[in-house]
Design a protein around this ligand. Structure first.
Ligand SMILES: Nc1ncnc2c1ncn2[C@@H]1O[C@H](COP(=O)(O)OP(=O)(O)OP(=O)(O)O)[C@@H](O)[C@H]1O
Length: 649
């Protein structure tokens, strides 16, 4: 083996170790500081890129939050959502042909994806890279969004809005680690929006710094050709739109005979049906007979959230030959500017009470760790905006509890319907019940255990949910709960075989990940009294500091549900008690990570009980059990039993 190979292997191992640590949540130790950090991943591929490490760690952080599977690839197939006649594809085709020809003798393949990371087309590449791409579904119709497949040259470039190079083990999902890629967003030169990504993929041993230069050049060429595809009228309309966005704050919508676009304020502040109403006002003005068409029209608009607002539509170009129309509204909360294009001040909208601030923590739930806070805030905010949301996390972390609490806080009195796929996965039944639930405009519809839906049910649900949103506008708040495997026992209802694709981001644009309890042990102190109050039958059962310490050290493979069961068992039959360590289930006194057989669990429990009986004295416990000292020490090590001798406590 050559010295270079040794060096590369060592660097790969360093990246893998950093990845392991990042996967286990140890972000701070995963980033060695100083020059030693620099170039480890870069050296792995022979590509000098000093920034790679920090950016890759940030991407891994995002992947962890999205509960991306690090061991297996789940590449959603979203062909039906792709616009195969898009300007991007048409503008890019000749550029990609040229790059494909250039790469004829190289091992890399060039890939174009749209703004949602869905692969549109691939060119070039030798048989080895084509085989690899086939294996990992890097092919037209499949989505390489970072939240689905983890760190990669397409999804990560879109997430970071800049050039992204990912080499070998820097990929989050293990099956992608044989590849290296460089991707860069293609921007619309008029609106500045990301239209897609152009990416080069090769086997990681073939990676070269030139990959970044090739994709930069290709993206610039595609952007130039995109500009050429706009007519003079469209360019003038887009210029007017951009000028209006710069001049004012608030929602602005542009409508031309061939284009519809909106600024970020419009997308974030307005509901879809508000956007449709505003677009319709502008389209009406454009479609009015030339003789009666006015340059500007003011109208009153009732927003989906309740208040009436002033909307203003302004033609772009003379009334007899307009090239488009701008529409804007003055939002109730907006203090300063107006979105009405073509003016610097606007009539003030009637004063409306701003919605109450979101609570820092949702009532009825315990825990205040940063990750629990952030999940609570995100779920409450999605509930208020009725943003279709996927909540992911291990079994028993509190996904349903969070959604329930957010629903009751935001929409008290409205109906909450939970359809649990663990009770039935019969497609017609689930579809009928979902359809019925979706008719309730005000409520919340929760699809629980979405991971159990097979391929057919997933696709049918997807069509139903997207269709309902398109036809009806906002409708109820739709939430999908997705239970991901953890170290705890697998639910008996879990299907055998490969996991079907989850409902994609077109159905659930928002994803909230709830962290396992072992990553937020500080919540246990608050959860224990809250859960004991549930199980203590109105009495005053509490935990001694020693018992609390045992509970805090345990890693809770079944999460909050597990903790609740242990406390329920410990509090059973008591109305008043201070729970001691020995009142807690024996499993809490062991740190063994693997799932024990029933026989092993019984053996561990017997040893824990004997140690409690003998105040932690190993010899006395061995005598009580009739086994040798050597055996009890071996078993204590095997099961990670944590009961300490009394004097050491
Ligand atoms: N922060 C919390 N405060 C109080 N109780 C909680 C909290 N989190 C979870 N629980 C309780 O823990 C139990 C499990 O929670 P929940 O059913 O929401 O889990 P889940 O993540 O939806 O589980 P699964 O994936 O298995 O369906 C419930 O009894 C719930 O009330």
């Amino acid at each position: 083996m050559t010295a270079t190979m040794d060096f590369r292997d060592a660097s790969d191992r360093a990246v893998m170790r950093a990845r392991e640590r990042a996967l286990s949540g140890a972000r701070e130790t995963a980033t060695p500081r100083g020059p030693q950090r620099r170039g480890t991943a870069a050296a792995a591929s022979g590509v000098p890129h000093p920034q790679t490490r920090d950016r890759i760690l940030s991407s891994w952080e995002r992947c962890r939050r999205h509960a991306v599977d690090a061991d297996r690839l789940h590449v959603p197939h979203l062909e039906q959502h792709i616009d195969w006649d898009s300007r991007l594809l048409a503008a890019a085709a000749p550029v990609l042909d040229r790059v494909g020809e250039l790469l004829a003798d190289c091992t890399a393949s060039v890939v174009l994806a749209d703004a949602a990371a869905r692969v549109l087309t691939c060119r070039g590449g030798d048989p080895a890279v084509v085989r690899l791409m086939d294996r990992v579904h890097l092919a037209p119709g499949f989505s390489y969004a970072e939240e689905a497949v983890g760190t990669n040259g397409i999804g990560t470039a879109l997430a970071e809005r800049r050039l992204s190079t990912v080499f070998g083990p820097e990929h989050f999902a293990e099956p992608l680690q044989r590849a290296a890629c460089a991707g860069i967003p293609v921007r619309n030169p008029l609106t500045g929006r990301q239209e897609g990504v152009v990416n080069l993929t090769c086997l990681r041993q073939d990676a070269s710094p030139l990959m970044a230069a090739v994709v930069r050049r290709a993206a610039a060429d595609i952007e130039e050709r995109l500009l050429d595809r706009y007519s003079g009228g469209e360019r003038a309309a887009l210029d007017a739109f951009l000028a209006a966005v710069r001049r004012t704050s608030g929602p602005v919508v542009l409508v031309t005979p061939t284009l519809r676009t909106a600024n970020t304020d419009a997308v974030s502040l307005l509901e879809p049906q508000d956007l449709r109403q505003l677009g319709a006002l502008a389209a009406d003005l454009l479609a009015a007979p030339p003789g009666s068409r006015r340059q500007r029209v003011d109208a009153s608009l009732r927003l989906a959230s309740g208040p009436d607002v002033r909307a203003r539509c302004t033609l772009i170009g003379p009334p007899d030959r307009p090239v488009g129309c701008l529409a804007g509204v003055t939002m109730p909360e907006a203090r300063t500017a107006t979105a009405a294009p073509g003016r610097t001040s606007a009539p003030q909208a009637p004063a409306h009470r701003p919605p109450a601030a979101l609570p820092a923590l949702l009532p009825g739930l315990a825990g205040s760790s940063p990750s629990w806070r952030s999940a609570s805030r995100d779920v409450a905010s999605a509930c208020r905006q009725r943003l279709p949301t996927r909540v992911v996390g291990e079994a028993g972390v509190g996904k349903l509890a969070l959604v329930r609490a957010a629903h009751h806080w935001v929409r008290p009195g409205a109906a909450l319907r939970v359809l649990d796929l663990a009770t039935t996965q019969r497609t017609p039944h689930v579809l009928a019940r979902t359809e019925e639930a979706l008719r309730d405009e005000d409520g919340t519809v929760v699809l629980r255990h979405l991971e159990l839906a097979g391929r057919e049910l997933t696709h049918r649900l997807e069509a139903l949910l997207v269709g309902a949103r398109r036809n009806r506008g906002a409708g109820p708040w739709v939430v999908g709960l997705h239970t991901v495997p953890g170290p705890g026992p697998v639910a008996p209802a879990a299907p055998a075989g490969p996991v079907p694709p989850a409902l994609d981001s077109a159905v659930f644009p928002c994803t909230v990940a709830v962290a396992p309890l072992r990553y937020r042990p500080e919540d246990i102190r608050e959860l224990v009294p809250a859960l004991l109050a549930r199980h203590g039958r109105g009495g005053t059962v509490s935990c001694t500091p020693a018992a609390l310490q045992v509970l805090t050290r345990f890693d809770w493979p079944g999460n909050v549900r597990h903790l609740s069961q242990v406390l329920q068992q410990a509090a059973r039959g008591r109305r008043q008690a201070d729970l001691q360590p020995h009142d807690l289930a024996p499993e809490c006194h062991s740190t063994c990570r693997r799932t024990l057989t029933p026989w092993e669990a019984a053996e561990r429990d017997t040893i824990v009980r004997a140690l409690h009986d003998t105040a932690g004295n190993r010899e006395a416990a061995a005598r009580q059990l009739g086994i040798s000292r050597a055996t009890i020490y071996r078993k204590i090590r095997l099961y990670g039993v944590t009961v300490a001798p009394a004097r050491a406590r």
